[in-house]
Structure formats: C-alpha cells, structure tokens
Design a binder for this molecule. Structure first.
Ligand code: NAG
Ligand code: NAG
Ligand code: NAG
Length: 224
C-alpha cells in the first residue's frame, strides 16, 4: 500500500515538473511595459512596469529592422537585435528577435544564448550554420549538427548550446531569428575565455586548451 502511494506521488511530481518545464511561464497581466521610473510602478521580472493606463501603441512598436545593425569588428557580420532593452513592451512576454547580416564569408562566431532557444530563417543568401552538443555516451566528446541553409530555410538552435552562422556564398546574406526569451543573453566563447577583464591566469587557459603560454598570451592579446 505504502509502495503504491509512493509510486502515485512520484508519478504526480514527475507530471507536474514536466508540465512546468514544457511551456513558458505565463505573465501575470496582459502586458507590463518596461519603465525606468519607479513611481507608481510594479517590480516584475527584473523591470518596473509602466502604469498600464498610460500604455500606447508605440510601447509595442519598433522601426528599424529594415536595415543591418551593429557590425561585429573584423567578422564581416552585423546584428540588429530587438530585446526588452530596446522594445519595452516585450517585458515579461518571453520573446525577442534579431536580424543578422553577413558579407561574403562573414561569420557570427561560436556563442550561446543561456536563456533562449533560437529559431532562424534565412531571408537572403547561403549560410553554413550549426551547433555543438555533448555526446550523451561520453561527456568529454562533442557532436556537431550543421546544415547549409538557403533562402526560406529554417533551423533551430536548442537553448544554451554553442552555435555559429557563416556565410559560404559569394553574396550578402540576411537572417532573422526569434528567441523564446525577452532577454536571451549572449556569451561569445572566444572573447569570454580569452578576453576577460581581468584576464584569467594563463595556467588555466594553457592547461585547458593544451596551448603553450606564448599562444595563450597571443590569444589574450587578440581578444582583449
Ligand atoms: C531607460 O533609461 C535608459 C538610460 O537613461 C535609456 O537609454 C532607455 O531608453 C530608457 N528606457 C525606457 C524604456 O524608457
Ligand atoms: C528604414 O526604416 C526607417 C524607419 O521606418 C526609415 O526611416 C528608413 O528610411 C528606412 N531605411 C531604409 C534603407 O529603407
Ligand atoms: C552587401 O552589403 C554591403 C553592406 O551592407 C553593401 O554595402 C553592399 O551594397 C551589399 N552588396 C549587395 C550586392 O547587395
């Protein structure tokens, strides 16, 4: 009897936790436009909400994805992102987007978004995109999942995994991507490790990547 009760409790807990992680948390209100002023505001999810009575259509609007965004120096790519910091109406809604543009052979280098899955659609050009995931049979090994994408092709990058996009065509390329977070976060692997301030002790990087210390210093110079 006790065994059956325990089994039932475990099944219920399992179901609840799988429901809990299978969709985004619901917002507590229709909207919560991020506001800077704290007067007459509610503090939710990291931002103050604007008084809903003062909301206007412009709080939910942004012009400017018709053009490319900030260039990534030396990489031949640029990023124009629309997150809660730029479009205050996204606050608490669990969604954001980006436009990325690539010159021929332009690259968005290996990076992760700690808080979001990314869904990419190619609008123009030909890109080599992919992500890395641990090999479940050996955590010290990695599998890569890559595709060549053309106009209209869609690719999904699971949350938190290291990924990249590289323009393999002779023409410019443009993609749009959606994130299931209002603020997906960005960790660029190379600069994170070799460009930190203050720099990591070179023993750590030398041993981790099996590089001599001169090479570590060279990389730290390149990324800082
Ligand atoms: C909040 O303040 C910052 C810095 O003054 C400004 O750049 C930003 O546009 C403001 N955001 C909103 C939603 O008013
Ligand atoms: C892009 O959109 C902005 C805002 O609507 C507009 O001012 C600008 O002229 C447009 N630029 C191009 C190149 O279409
Ligand atoms: C490619 O993009 C660059 C930078 O935006 C632009 O100057 C150039 O005209 C584009 N080339 C073509 C063929 O569209």
């Amino acid at each position: 009897m006790a065994f059956h009760l325990l089994t039932i409790i475990l099944v219920i807990v399992g179901l609840l936790s799988s429901f809990g992680s299978s969709f985004d948390p619901s917002p507590f209100q229709d909207f919560c436009i991020a506001a800077n002023e704290s007067k007459a505001a509610v503090f939710v999810n990291g931002k103050f909400c604007k008084d809903p009575k003062l909301a206007t259509a412009d709080d939910f609007f942004l012009a400017g994805l018709n053009v490319s965004g900030n260039p990534l120096p030396g990489l031949g790519s640029s990023v124009n992102s629309v997150d809660v910091n730029r479009l205050a109406g996204l606050n608490t809604l669990g969604i954001s987007m980006v436009r990325a543009d690539f010159a021929p052979y332009g690259l968005i280098p290996p990076h992760t978004h700690p808080r979001a899955t990314e869904l990419i659609v190619v609008i123009e050009g030909t890109l080599y995109v992919g992500f890395l995931a641990p090999d479940t049979t050996n955590p010290m090994k990695t599998r890569s999942f890559t595709k060549i994408l053309s106009k209209g092709d869609v690719f999904v990058i699971p949350q938190g995994l290291i990924h990249f996009q590289y323009n393999v065509g002779h023409t410019n390329a443009t993609v749009f991507a959606a994130f299931n977070s209002q603020n997906s976060g960005l960790i660029v692997v190379g600069s994170e490790l070799f460009g930190s301030n203050p720099p990591l002790v070179d023993d750590v990087l030398s041993k981790a990547f099996q590089l001599d210390k001169k090479m570590v210093a060279t990389l730290q110079g390149l990324f800082s």
